[in-house]
Ligand binder design. Structure first.
Ligand code: PMP
Length: 404
């Protein structure tokens, strides 16, 4: 049974006040709050285990290494990867995407090759490919969407050419909430001999992401959006691809043997993990994944879906409020604007009521352009949010409206 009061009790920050009002935190697509077990794991590791991993013969180093490698195995199980060698720790989704662009780009992409993106990608799944375009002369093609915020799959099919090498697609839009049919899209990419990358930054916290079921070649997500710490993220890649890709950064940890004449690299996944890894972060991420799995991803998804339905109903009843995106399958993200009120003003005034939402372009300027706006307000829900908080948002917006 999903007991929301018990769940909220695990997140001390939720009981704080801002401006003398109870905090209503609705900026979860930007980052999630951390449950007690995650923060305690960080404290425990620094207080009683801390030592650099992999290189030490001493007790603490071995213990820290065990925690770090157990975390890798935890992530492997979470995403259903075949081998822990396919799980690379990074700083987050952004670094994971830059790694693929640099290394897959180096190994597999040549001038004139094509990469398909979608109009709803986050900047972190656009700019690395543009940097690659400058270096390599690859071409970028963009899947358009229909007015309800659904990717146009007929247009997608037409974008493939014999030069298409890779498709990159967000699983869930961080703006519209659209859940994209990535399994089907991956199948289409493979039928054309192209690889498929899933940006799971906005899906991993809300639904099961199983790399085998999705049929993807790469998948990325960030620890801080799935109740883990900042500064740690994951890149999953198929072993046969990672094996053929060159290192992304050079340094300690990623080498087998170094001479001034020649260096050989470590086996996977270490080849892609130069320098001291965030071994405290990896362990804390594993604890966050334990937390999520103990609640149950299905139970979380059901709670958030009911909450999103309720919030949509309340928001759509506000005069002059327009919700962007009405795809039938959606995550717990609602972007909107209220006629006559700049989203920044709306966000600022809601903040004074204790309600934290996000405003602006949401790192998706091409999507803003497609929707014909400069910015939007966005409320995004997590496993600890309540219907009362969605009500507070709707009432807060009504209050702001009366000021204009
Ligand atoms: N992709 C999507 C869909 C996102 O929502 C975000 C974060 N807003 C990112 C990528 C980038 O994640 P990070 O900043 O943690 O690297």
């Amino acid at each position: 049974m999903y007991d929301i009061d018990t769940v909220r009790g695990d997140f001390p920050i939720l009981s704080r006040e801002v401006y003398g009002r109870p905090l209503v935190y609705l900026d979860n697509a930007a980052t999630t709050q951390k449950p007690r077990p995650v923060v305690e794991a960080i404290e425990r590791e620094y207080y009683s285990v801390n030592a650099n991993v992999h290189r030490g013969v001493h007790y603490l180093s071995q213990q820290a290494t065990e925690l770090h490698e157990a975390a890798r195995e935890r992530v492997r199980a979470f995403i259903g990867a075949r081998s822990a060698a396919e799980v690379i720790f990074t700083r987050g989704t952004t670094e994971s995407l830059n790694l693929v662009a640099a290394s897959f780009g180096e190994a597999f992409l040549h001038e004139g090759d094509e990469i398909i993106l979608t109009v709803m990608e986050h900047h972190s799944d656009i700019v690395p490919w543009q940097l690659l375009r400058e270096r390599r002369g690859v071409r970028l093609r963009v899947v358009p969407m229909t007015d309800d915020g659904t990717l146009d799959l007929d247009a997608y099919e037409r974008l493939f050419t014999p030069r298409t090498r890779l498709v990159c697609c967000t699983h869930v839009s961080n703006v519209l909430g659209t859940v994209n049919p990535v399994r089907r899209m991956a199948g289409m990419a493979h039928a054309h001999g192209a690889r498929f990358l899933v940006d799971a930054a906005q899906s991993a916290p809300h639904q099961r992401v199983d790399v085998e079921r999705l049929g993807c070649d790469f998948l990325t997500f960030s620890g801080h959006k799935v109740y883990g710490p900042t500064g740690i993220g994951v890149l999953y890649g198929r072993e046969e691809l990672l094996d053929r890709m060159p290192p992304y950064q050079g340094g300690g940890e990623m080498i087998a043997r170094v001479t001034f004449e020649h260096t050989t690299y470590e086996r996977l996944p270490y080849k892609f993990e130069a320098g001291t890894p965030d071994y405290v972060g990896s362990h804390a991420l594993a604890v966050a994944l334990d937390y999520v799995e103990a609640l149950g991803l299905d139970a979380i998804a059901a709670h958030e879906a009911a909450l999103t339905r309720h919030a949509l109903e309340r928001l759509r009843a506000v005069p002059g409020l327009r919700v962007y995106g009405s795809a039938p399958e959606r995550g717990p993200v609602i972007a909107f604007n209220v006629e006559g009120i700049h989203p920044l003003d709306l966000g600022t005034l809601l903040d004074r009521l204790g309600i934290a939402i996000r405003t602006g372009h949401h790192c998706a300027q091409p999507l803003m352009g497609r929707c014909g706006v400069e910015g939007m307000a966005r409320a995004s829900f997590a496993l600890y949010n309540t219907e009362a908080e969605a009500d507070a948002l709707a009432e807060g917006i009504e209050r702001v409206r009366r000021m204009f």
